[in-house]
Ligand binder design. Sequence first.
Ligand SMILES: *[C@@H]1O[C@H](CO)[C@@H](O)[C@H](O)[C@H]1NC(C)=O
Ligand SMILES: *[C@@H]1O[C@H](CO)[C@@H](O)[C@H](O)[C@H]1NC(C)=O
Ligand SMILES: *[C@@H]1O[C@H](CO)[C@@H](O)[C@H](O)[C@H]1NC(C)=O
Ligand SMILES: *[C@@H]1O[C@H](CO)[C@@H](O)[C@H](O)[C@H]1NC(C)=O
Ligand SMILES: *[C@@H]1O[C@H](CO)[C@@H](O)[C@H](O)[C@H]1NC(C)=O
Length: 349
Amino acid sequence: MHLNSVPFLLFLVSGIFCQFDYDGYYPSEADYGYAPSMFGPSTAVCAPECTCPISYPTAMYCDNLKLKSLPILPSGIKYLYLRNNMLDSLDEKSFDNVTDLEWLILDNNYLENSKIKGKVFAKLKNLKKLHINYNNLTEVVGPLPNTLDDLQLANNKINKVNPNSLEGLVNLTIIHLQHNQLTEDTLSGVFKGLNSLVYLDLSFNKLSKLPLGMPPNLLMLYFDNNQITKIPDEYFQHLKVLQFLGLSHNKLSDSGIPGNPFNISSLVELDLSYNQLKSIPTVNEHLENYYLQVNQINKFPVSSFCKVVGVLAYSRIRHLRLDANNLTRADLPNEMYNCLRLASEISVD
Ligand SMILES: *[C@@H]1O[C@H](CO)[C@@H](O)[C@H](O)[C@H]1NC(C)=O
Ligand SMILES: *[C@@H]1O[C@H](CO)[C@@H](O)[C@H](O)[C@H]1NC(C)=O
Ligand SMILES: *[C@@H]1O[C@H](CO)[C@@H](O)[C@H](O)[C@H]1NC(C)=O
Ligand SMILES: *[C@@H]1O[C@H](CO)[C@@H](O)[C@H](O)[C@H]1NC(C)=O
Ligand SMILES: *[C@@H]1O[C@H](CO)[C@@H](O)[C@H](O)[C@H]1NC(C)=O
């Protein structure tokens, strides 16, 4: 190849790479023709079976390779993708070459807690994202480094959480634990002190009660698809910024909601669909989206939405779903339009 053509080729190649979102980048055989050796140190060294995009040289993609053990991990890698492989174990020293790792994505492997050794994650002093969704975990992994902000362990068989496993994770913002086998006793207190936590998904588990000790800054909290029968009156009181709350597909009946737990002034969306409610739980006037479809609701008191109705006293509800209840349009009182004056959708049968 003539030296003059190199800059032109380089332009072309980077053009090709730019078409791909780095999250979904997969090379064709031909791309290997322009491996780093041709252009010098423009990319980090890469494990031969993996891909390190020229446009994102600190990321190494080793997805879909049927790997049973880790590839060579060259130092300098910060974002490591190992999705859809057959990894079942991690040695304490597995990541000693890449202690600068910021993202470690291990979704769709066969990892088991008993085969994850020692402080393999805690050693990673810059780790921010740890994703081990769709594996064979039975317990929350740990110890974890206190730099972590995004922990995803959904679709495992987790039924155990060491009470200290999340302790001190001051920057932890997101936790995905949906589709596991968690009970309320296991979870009691484990989220305490996580003052950065804004997103917690505990849907599709085995909760029959709400777990105690929710941290104060949650914005999004999901308990859908459990077996919850009861909401303590004061349960959400200390969650002063909660905006989205999911409790659909549970076993809530009127007697399980004796007080006024959903009078939460920050709440924007409340999902109580697929329960056994006969009346509409009272909500704060600031609520915008209220999902109550597939219950047994047979009355529509305006007071569930507005304590008083006036110039400034009205409900901010925009979407209200009441279909598949024991209610027809004829059951809706006329005075409701004054209270629900912003509603653009009210579905009833
Ligand atoms: C660590 O990096 C060195 C040099 O890049 C490499 O030879 C070695 O195989 C790596 N070890 C592991 C465990 O990845
Ligand atoms: C891991 O989980 C998969 C999917 O649930 C299952 O098919 C497999 O048998 C499990 N492997 C072990 C070793 O438990
Ligand atoms: C938490 O995040 C802040 C802001 O990004 C950062 O300054 C701090 O070092 C982080 N703490 C830890 C323990 O990583
Ligand atoms: C809801 O809570 C507010 C205080 O945040 C209170 O003033 C109001 O009376 C409560 N509404 C109901 C219906 O309990
Ligand atoms: C539906 O509501 C009516 C009264 O509005 C009541 O007579 C009837 O028993 C209710 N049916 C069910 C299945 O709850």
